[in-house]
Design a protein around this ligand. Sequence first.
Ligand SMILES: C[S@@+](CC[C@H](N)C(=O)[O-])C[C@H]1O[C@@H](n2cnc3c(N)ncnc32)[C@H](O)[C@@H]1O
Length: 281
Amino acid sequence: MTAEHYNISNEEYHLIKNLVYDRFGIDLGSKKQSLVTGRLQKILNTGGFKTFEAYYHFILEDQSGQALSTLVDRISTNHTFFFRENEHFEFLRTEILPELKARLSKTGDQSLRIWSAGCSSGEEPYTLAIVLREFFGLDFSNWDIRILATDISANVLKKAQDGVYPKEALQTLDGRLINKYFISDQDDNFQARASLKDFILFRRLNLMREDYPFRQKFHLILCRNVMIYFDQPTREVLTEKFHRYLRPDSYLFIGHAESLGRGNPYFKYIKPAIYYRTDQE
Ligand SMILES: C[S@@+](CC[C@H](N)C(=O)[O-])C[C@H]1O[C@@H](n2cnc3c(N)ncnc32)[C@H](O)[C@@H]1O
């Protein structure tokens, strides 16, 4: 049986666009009509919906939230890779970690909390885990280090949690790190070792929530290539929230194509895509 092709009307596009904006902050704008049509074809076909409007009402009526979850899985852009925007990891290794290690050692509180917000399929938190393992070396076990990795998409989170990547996904990693932190199988898939997985906690979380369910604040938050899909008011609200969940003297990384603006009241600009929370609580 050949799959049916569904066209979306302007009204239907607006319904879906507004729903995605209200629930997830993702601003599809006015020009993503064909992208949305393409990405949702399969759902309409397999779900037996006659029109996009029928699909829209189905999502609204679905109390389980599963339909909404499937929608965002299809709509969100999940592109990512290991050591993406490597300047961040260099800055972490050469500036932030030495400074934090010295500062925290003095206080006797050897715990370090990092949040990868919008972690997609896990390459970002696993990269962080590698950098941390490499930096602390044998001293790692004397520290209480945790990475929280969250995303709205259940689909990519499952991949992140599995931590299994095809060989091509590891091309930005050098051979020594691959051997040290991954185990390969006969199909040339590479599984992240427990030495990385054990200190990453993966959770589904919508950044649009009013509050986040975190007990501890972070020394570093990475929210890279996520806000690019949000409009300016949404970015501002989110930036204020990141400020709330960061400790004093902590850091925020955003994507290199993104900016908080140099006059941002919550953060001091350090260098492109790197900000510092200086104020006290
Ligand atoms: C392009 S990926 C970025 C991945 C990684 N941070 C990087 O820079 O490579 C953007 C991610 O943001 C997630 N995302 C979009 N809207 C979100 C929301 N409202 N709450 C949580 N995550 C969201 C998407 O599901 C997607 O996995």
